[in-house]
Design a protein around this ligand. Structure first.
Ligand SMILES: NC(=O)c1ccc[n+]([C@@H]2O[C@H](COP(=O)([O-])OP(=O)(O)OC[C@H]3O[C@@H](n4cnc5c(N)ncnc54)[C@H](OP(=O)(O)O)[C@@H]3O)[C@@H](O)[C@H]2O)c1
Length: 301
């Protein structure tokens, strides 16, 4: 059997950074950043995929500036829809498994129950629209592919709510945080570990079995909270990192915190399909948080 080779795209992102850790020992691992693989030019990356002949490509790069996407819809579409479509086609041609990520923002948030893969989509913003179009184009490309819809991603590196709270919490005495949107904070570490576990599982299957398991899977940490509750959790768990402050957290409605892109009220997703198909389940969000905190403290020492 040929040696396994993983190609990770988006090596500087939150998930891309953790994938480089979780794919250790997979075989050969190549990780490219924007300079080596710009999604504005997906045909060039497709050619590189055909040359490298990886066994798996994990696309963790994306246009993730949710509010900015409202004023740059064409750019968001090019990066989040056209590029994954082209790369998935190249993978189908090269016989590689294509893995990428989508979002809870494909849903409108209107139902009370956790969202299942079979529920109808209706994005409320341009970012969600571009990710949904990316899902369609990847599915059309055929071959073996996995689309993991995740939500509220944060980790020890990069730009995210957790690190923003740590910064603001050490500067201010009071913060107003949205309390009427609920979701499942999902750590980049948990996503990367689950991605590796599923990739291994897919590699152990025949090509036809793997193809039959291709599809969309929800992949978030367990449990739910609002942004307000998440902020309070961060401040109680990270007291020692706030430079002696313990900011008061004030609950806000979405209307009291206007931003360009509308967010769904209920982002919670049902992860049963991932568990049933691959035996993979992410930790509860509080446990995922403890793992991120541990990693951050290690970095700081
Ligand atoms: N963050 C969330 O809350 C969230 C929620 C649901 C789903 N997701 C999805 O999860 C996946 C991983 O997200 P993340 O939070 O890890 O993202 P992230 O930290 O924002 O990183 C985005 C990555 O994409 C790269 N990138 C942007 N434009 C590019 C281009 N034109 N060419 C090549 N690379 C480009 C960035 O490179 P630079 O460093 O050079 O900018 C960066 O490495 C994405 O598919 C995202 O849509 C994220």
């Amino acid at each position: 059997m040929a040696a396994r080779k993983a190609l990770i795209l988006g090596s500087t992102g939150q998930v891309g950074t953790e994938l480089q850790r979780s794919f250790r020992g997979y075989g050969e691992v190549i990780a490219w950043d924007r300079r080596q693989a710009d999604l504005i030019h997906p045909d060039e990356i497709a050619r590189q995929i055909l040359r490298e002949q990886p066994s798996v490509v994990v696309l963790a790069a994306a246009y993730t500036a949710v509010d900015k996407a409202e004023s740059e819809p064409d750019l968001a579409m090019a990066i989040n829809a056209r590029a994954p479509g082209v790369l998935a086609r190249a993978c189908a041609e090269a016989g590689a498994l294509f893995i990428t990520y989508s979002t809870d923002y494909v849903f409108d948030g209107s139902q009370a129950a956790p969202w299942r893969e079979s529920d109808g989509t209706r994005p409320l913003n341009r970012y969600g629209l571009s990710k949904l179009e990316g899902e369609h184009l990847v599915r059309q490309a055929g071959g073996r592919y996995l689309i993991f819809r995740t939500s509220w991603v944060y980790g020890p590196d990069g730009k995210n709510f957790f690190l923003t709270m740590l910064r603001l919490g050490s500067e201010r005495d009071e913060l107003g945080i949205v309390a009427d949107q609920v979701g499942s904070p999902t750590s980049s570490i948990a996503i990367a570990e689950a991605t590796r576990a599923v990739a291994d599982r897919m590699a152990s299957l025949s090509a036809s079995e793997a193809e039959a398991r291709s599809g969309i899977y929800h992949m978030t940490c367990g449990g739910r909270c609002s942004w307000y509750e998440f902020a309070k959790h961060i401040f109680t768990q990270c007291e020692d990192m706030l430079k002696g402050r313990q900011p008061r957290v004030r609950p806000l409605t979405s209307e009291e915190y206007p931003v360009p892109a509308i967010r769904p009220k209920n982002s919670v997703m049902n992860n049963q399909k991932l568990a049933d198909t691959f035996g993979v389940r992410l930790p509860q969000w509080q446990d995922g948080f403890a793992q991120v905190l541990h990693q951050l403290r290690l970095h700081q020492h």
